[in-house]
Design a protein around this ligand. Structure first.
Ligand code: TLP
Length: 367
């Protein structure tokens, strides 16, 4: 997409694949925001926020929901409500709650993470069962189990529902609360053609983000039983998340939930296309069959050329993506990137990698 800057000077809008968080509000959202009916939500008097919370609770199959400024706050509110200081939280070792929430579970709630490895980010019932602490008074106690669906760092993978159900049954049997980081639960729901409420059923609480693929500028919701939400309200306030005329934000969230869920299928098709094209580039590795939703993680296998180098070169060509470490790059599709842009991003990727390999061969360092 080229926009004219000045005479003879053209700048390209970057193709931004860093995250689905970069989506900007749609015209329908901006209209709804401008017209939103508002009140002071700390007094629970904002009708638009209440409408959003009711819709989110219904779509997630829970009694009630609470609007929060971010996914991180939604997860951490849940951790705080469900646990007591000194307890352990079972989670997957690449999960967002463990890696990207700044140690808040320890700093704010005083709990210990108990990270476990799950293939493609999915823990199974046996692994969780083995990690639950026996109820012996001198042992640290398991206070919470959290799962992630879709799993971000495993590449947008969908949590197998039978495994979630089995872990949910185990949690109930042992009286341990269970929370879902469902930041992208609607991606899973659309990919499986299953209601988000069914995916959320095994969980006591679920957090989902309005500001990722659904396109709202700000906001997440955490949903659960009525008494959980009453406690969550207090914890949100303690964290500084009590918002006043937040209806202007909730209005965009309502549009996100009403209008933008089904179209996530386009992002998934674009991610598959991207993965197939990447798989065809010599020097990059990905199994496109593993790409289930809108996140594509591939490995750079070119001597002396890291994922950071690749992200830098791609950026010069107008494509933004995240290097996760020296070897892996993450590209995320969303509604601000169309199929044509995905094709163009892949063309430039192919040229970059072929050029680096050619230069390596000429210098005698590459294959
Ligand atoms: N994920 C962001 C980054 O923080 C990595 C991204 O670009 O993907 N749970 C999951 C599974 C997430 O992926 C994220 C954000 C969150 C929670 C937190 O949401 P925010 O950013 O609203 O605090």
């Amino acid at each position: 997409m080229a926009t004219q800057k000045g005479p003879g000077e053209a700048t390209r809008t970057p193709i931004d694949l860093r995250s689905d968080t970069v989506t900007r509000p749609t015209p329908a959202m901006r209209r709804a925001m401008a017209e939103a009916e508002v009140g002071d939500d700390v007094f629970r008097e904002d009708p638009t926020v209440r409408r959003l919370e009711e819709l989110a609770a219904r779509m997630l199959g829970k009694e009630a929901a609470l609007f929060v400024p971010s996914g991180t706050m939604g997860n951490q509110v849940a951790v705080n409500v469900w646990t007591r200081p000194g307890q352990e939280v079972i989670l997957e070792e690449r999960s967002h709650i463990f890696n990207y929430e700044m140690g808040t579970m320890a700093a704010f709630s005083g709990v210990l993470p108990r990270p476990l490895r799950g293939p493609e980010g999915a823990l199974d019932e046996g692994t969780v069962r083995a990690a639950i602490r026996p109820q012996v008074y001198y042992l640290t106690q398991t206070g919470l189990i959290t799962l992630e669906n879709t799993h971000n760092m495993a590449g947008g993978t969908i949590f197998p529902q039978d495994q979630a159900e089995a872990i949910g049954r185990l949690a109930r049997e042992r009286g341990i609360p269970i929370h879902l980081d469902g930041a992208r639960i609607f991606n899973a729901s659309v990919a499986l053609a299953v209601e988000a409420a069914s995916l959320a059923r095994p969980f006591g609480s679920v957090m989902t983000c309005l500001s990722k693929g659904l396109g709202a500028p700000v906001g997440s919701v955490v949903a659960g039983p009525g008494d959980f939400i009453q406690d969550a309200l207090r914890v949100r306030k303690r964290l500084g998340g009590g918002m006043r005329q937040a209806g202007v934000l909730a209005a965009a969230g309502l549009v996100a939930l009403r209008d933008n869920v089904e179209r996530l299928a386009e992002d998934h098709a674009n991610a598959r296309l991207l993965a197939e094209r990447v798989a065809g580039i010599e020097g990059l590795r990905i199994d496109p069959r593993g790409v289930q939703t809108n996140i594509v993680i591939f490995t750079v296998e070119v001597d002396g050329f890291t994922a950071h180098d690749l992200a830098g070169r791609w950026k010069e060509e107008g494509v933004l993506a995240l290097a996760l470490d020296d070897a892996r790059v993450r590209a995320v599709t969303h509604y601000d990137v169309d199929r044509r842009q995905v094709v163009s991003a892949c063309d430039s990727l192919g040229r970059i990698v072929a050029g680096v390999r050619r230069a390596g061969r000429e210098k005698g360092t590459g294959p």
